[in-house]
Design a protein around this ligand. Structure first.
Ligand code: MN
Length: 491
C-alpha cells in the first residue's frame, strides 16, 4: 500500500501558515516558544495521518478564531466554506468544554461530554480528528504546565480522548495518548509498570527469537508471504489488565505478542493452522476478530499458544489492510475515501462507508435530530462511544454518566447526597424496580425518597462507585461510631 501524504506545499497550505503566523504573532506557548509552533505541530500530525488538504488547513488555523483577531468570515473568504466549517467545529468543541455556553444554545438541558462530542461529530467527523491531533500535541508538551493542570488534562484524556481514539480504531494514537496521560496521572505506577515490561521482555528475548525462527521457517515452507514483528504492550493497557486480574502478572498472556501480517484472509487462516501445528493453543484463547470484527471495526485473529519450552506467547494474525486500519483507524479510511466520504455523510449517503463505520452515520443522524429539537430514542442507538460508561437519564432528561454496572444508589448519590440518604425505592423506565438492579445504557431512572428514611449499612453492597461509597460512609458515621453523638443535621 502506498502511503500518500497530502500535498502540503500547495499554495493554499502555505498561505494558511502565513495567515496563522500573522494572527498568532506575539503570542507564546507555556513552553516559551512562539505560539505558531503548536498549529504547525498539529499540521504535521494531520499530514502523518494522511488527512485531506482542508483538514490540514483547518488544523493550522484551529486556534485563530478563539485566540486571535481573525474571524470565521476572514477564513471563509480566503479558504472557503469547508475550512471555515471545520475551524468553527473545533472552536465550538473547545468553548463547549470551557464554558458550555455555545452548545447550550443547542441543547439547554444537556451538559454532557458525550452529546457535545456527538454534535461535533454530526457536523463533520474531521472536527474530531483535528481535536485529537490538537490534544496529542498538547500532551506531548504537557510538562510545561503547572502540575494541577497537567493532571486535569491527563485525566480528561484518559477518560474521553483515548477511548474516543479507540472507538475510531486509531490504535497508535490510543496508545500514545493513554501512555502520555497515565504518566501524569500516576507517575510512580507508570515507571513501575514500564520497568516490569522491560524486564519481562528482556528475559523473554531469547525464547522469542527461537519462536520467530521456527514460525518463519514453517511459514516459508508453506510459501506464505508474511512479515513478522513483535508488539510491545502499552503501559496503560497493562495497568488496566492487571487491575482485572488481581495484579497477577502471570495471568497476562499478551505481554509479549508476535504479529504476523500476510497478504489476504485465506493466508491468515493458513498461518493460524501452521502456528497451531507448531505449538499447543490454549483453551479458549482463540479470538477470530476477522469473522467477527470488534465494534470499532478492528480485525485480526488472536491466539495464545504454549511452546515446547513452556513459554506462553500471543500471536496476532492479520492482513496489511487490517493492520493499517488497526493502527490508523478512521484516518486510514480517509486515505481510501478522501473528501467524498464527508460529502456523502452530509448528503446522508452511506454507501461509501465501510460497514464497520456505520455507527458514525448513526451518531450523525442522531445529532442532527437533537439539533432540530426532535426527540431521540437514545436506547436505539447501539453504539457506545465510551465502552466502560453508561449514560442514564433523570425523568427531566438530565444525563448522568456512570460506570458500567452502576446501581440505583450510585445514581441517587450522584444526584445529591440528600437524595441518596433518603432512598426508599426506584422506578426504572417508569416501572418499580429494586436497588440491586444494574442500570443500563439509556435507562430513565426515578429515585423515590422519604424524609423518614435513613441510610443503611446494607447499602454498601448495593453501590459500586467510590463517590457513592464516600457519601454513604459519611452518612453512616454518626450511628456507627458510638462514642460520638449523632449529629441531628447534616449539610
Ligand atoms: Mn490548539
Amino acid at each position: 500500500m502506498n502511503k500518500k501524504i497530502a500535498k502540503t506545499d500547495s499554495e493554499r497550505v502555505k498561505r494558511a501558515v502565513e495567515v496563522a503566523k500573522n494572527a498568532h504573532e506575539g503570542q507564546f506557548r507555556k513552553t516559551g516558544e512562539p505560539y505558531i509552533v503548536h498549529p504547525l505541530a498539529v499540521k504535521k500530525i494531520l499530514e502523518e495521518w494522511g488527512m485531506d488538504e482542508d483538514t490540514i488547513i483547518a488544523g493550522i488555523l484551529h486556534d485563530t478564531v478563539e485566540d486571535t483577531d481573525l474571524t470565521l468570515d476572514d477564513i471563509r473568504k480566503e479558504f472557503g466554506d469547508s475550512v471555515a466549517f471545520l475551524v468553527d467545529g473545533v472552536t465550538k468543541l473547545s468553548t463547549a468544554r470551557d464554558g458550555m455556553r455555545d452548545i447550550d444554545t443547542y441543547l439547554p438541558a444537556t451538559k454532557d461530554n458525550f452529546l457535545r462530542l456527538m454534535i461535533a461529530l454530526g457536523d463533520d467527523i474531521r472536527v474530531l480528528i483535528i481535536k485529537l491531533a490538537d490534544r496529542l500535541h498538547n500532551l506531548r508538551t504537557l510538562s510545561a504546565l503547572p502540575p494541577d493542570k497537567q493532571r486535569k488534562i491527563a485525566k480528561e484524556t484518559l477518560e474521553i480522548f483515548a477511548p474516543l481514539a479507540d472507538r475510531l480504531n486509531m490504535g497508535l494514537l490510543r496508545v500514545e495518548l493513554s501512555d502520555l496521560s497515565f504518566k501524569y496521572v500516576d507517575p510512580r505506577r507508570f515507571e513501575e509498570l514500564k520497568k516490569l515490561i522491560e524486564t519481562r521482555n528482556k528475559s523473554a528475548e531469547k525464547s522469542l527469537k527461537k519462536i520467530e525462527e521456527e514460525v518463519t521457517a514453517a511459514l516459508k515452507k508453506e510459501k506464505i508471504k508474511f512479515e513478522l514483528s513483535g508488539r510491545v504492550k502499552s503501559v496503560y493497557s497493562l495497568h488496566k489488565k492487571l487491575a482485572k486480574y488481581d495484579q497477577n502478572i502471570n495471568a497476562v498472556y499478551d505481554l509479549t505478542a508476535l504479529r504476523v501480517i500476510v497478504d489476504d484472509v485465506t493466508d491468515c487462516y493458513l498461518a493460524l493452522g501452521i502456528i497451531h501445528s507448531l505449538y499447543t493453543p490454549m483453551n479458549g484463547r482463540i479470538k477470530d476478530y476477522i469473522a467477527m470484527p470488534k465494534q470499532n471495526g478492528y480485525q485480526s485473529i488472536h491466539t495464545t499458544v504454549i511452546t515446547k519450552d513452556k513459554h506462553v506467547v500471543e500471536f496476532q494474525i492479520r492482513t496489511k489492510e487490517m493492520h493499517e486500519y488497526a493502527e490508523r483507524g478512521l484516518a486510514a479510511s480517509f486515505y481510501y475515501n478522501e473528501q467524498k466520504l464527508t460529502e456523502n455523510y452530509k448528503k446522508g449517503k452511506i454507501e461509501h462507508l465501510p460497514t464497520n463505520l456505520l455507527w458514525i452515520t448513526e451518531l450523525q443522524m442522531t445529532a442532527a435530530k437533537l439539533r432540530e429539537g426532535k426527540k431521540v430514542d437514545l436506547k436505539k442507538l447501539k453504539i457506545n462511544l465510551f465502552a466502560d460508561k453508561i449514560f442514564v437519564y433523570t425523568p427531566k432528561g438530565d444525563i448522568i454518566d456512570l460506570p458500567k454496572g452502576a446501581l440505583p444508589l450510585d445514581f441517587a448519590y450522584r444526584l445529591h447526597s440528600e437524595i441518596g440518604d433518603h432512598v426508599v425505592g426506584v422506578k426504572i423506565n417508569g416501572k418499580m424496580s429494586n436497588l440491586n438492579k444494574k442500570l443500563e445504557q439509556g435507562d430513565i431512572v426515578e429515585i423515590l425518597t422519604s424524609k423518614n428514611q435513613t441510610p443503611k449499612t446494607s447499602w454498601l453492597d448495593r453501590i459500586i462507585t467510590s463517590h457513592a461509597r464516600t457519601k454513604l460512609l459519611h452518612a453512616l458515621r454518626p450511628s456507627t461510631i458510638p462514642d460520638r453523638p449523632a449529629k441531628k443535621k447534616r449539610k
